[in-house]
Design a protein around this ligand. Sequence first.
Ligand code: GLY
Length: 439
Amino acid sequence: MRVMLVGGGAREHAIAEALCRGEVELYAVMGNRNPGIARLAREVRIAKETDVEKVVQAAERWRVELAVVGPEAPLCAGVADRLGEAGVPCMGPKQRLAMVEGSKSFCRWLMSSYRIPGNVSYASFTDAAEACEFIDSIEGEVAVKPAGLTGGKGVRVMGEHLKSREEAKAYAKEVIERGIGGGEVVIEEKVEGEEFTVQAFVAGGEVLPMPAVQDHKRAFEGDRGHNTGGMGSYSLASGLLPFIDASDYEFAVEIIRRTVDALRRETGEDYRGVLYGQFMKGREIKLIEFNCRFGDPEAMNVLTLLEGDFAGLCAGIAEGRLGEVDFRKLASVCKYIVPRGYGVSPAPPAEIQVDERGIAEEGAVVYYAAVDERDGRLYTTTSRSVAVVGVAESLEEAEAIAERATAHVRGEHLYHRRDIGTKELIERKLERLRKLRGE
Ligand code: GLY
């Protein structure tokens, strides 16, 4: 099958690897030359992934039978709709459905209108004075979120990134006046607890949930520092998490199911792709946000564990049929190696060496992210560079494999979080959660 992959990060490298386990001829469109994807692909086109017409032209030139879209931005720009018009089935939802990620106010409205559990109190504004008045009118702390896409960098929370109500108001005003994420702001009650991710394949109104994963957004060990796109993630052999039991997981899946149904009723369209739910377990479980694609880094956990015909599953989904795949009952730990200053003021591009053989000898898997390949050498960019994944029967062993693998990625100004997937960090998280829940 001729398949076009859109996107050039580690998530897309993991998708490419999973596709190429089947009988796939891969073609790729990406903004940067990801060496991991490039070597799996017959041909690569370097183009802006949101340039929908260029993506469609590439699909037509390559006469692909299926497109798989990694990032949210092309989906929110309508790439699945245009590919469909050109006769190319797409694994990834159409624009109106992708709005579940593309507009946080639509997402909250949908949950509230269809009485989907897990919603939070919220209000959305395009008028700065009204937004400020609302922030003043509520007692508790709030999260201030640009409604539209901001590449994961727009959300600010009181007590974390915003020190006072005044700062919350100033940021809400800035979002509206500077047009951040489209210039609409969503003010939500702040929810506290432990975050977790449940992703599901979706087609024909059916959902096929994947193992739960916990991402680590904070830049530094001990969950300290600024928020990033995610520094690494882990999953357990059980498919649950140390603080998530089967009924929590089922509750999260039910929220996803109800949302898929609401989207279908609201738009008259069938969601075909991956729906990613980011949840918070505190005193209860709340939905933090939906994404219309695989998570990054969570894709690296689940796709490394996936068994079965992934390409066939994607082809079925793009036609509205949900097939079946399995996940190996093993633990996984993904650690991202990133340039110093990633997320705030990244170090300038520098050469990076990845000893793939050394990583394989540790029993780990490597996925390339935002690196640039020039004249046979690899350079860092401003974003995450390389992800390594360890898979084993126990979390402890998976963590040790991933940690040893990081030593085979060398370069100036690189760092990673050694604590992701460790017993010590998980114990601290459990303790924090017990306190919050008064247990
Ligand atoms: N792990 C966060 C995201 O994919 O948005």
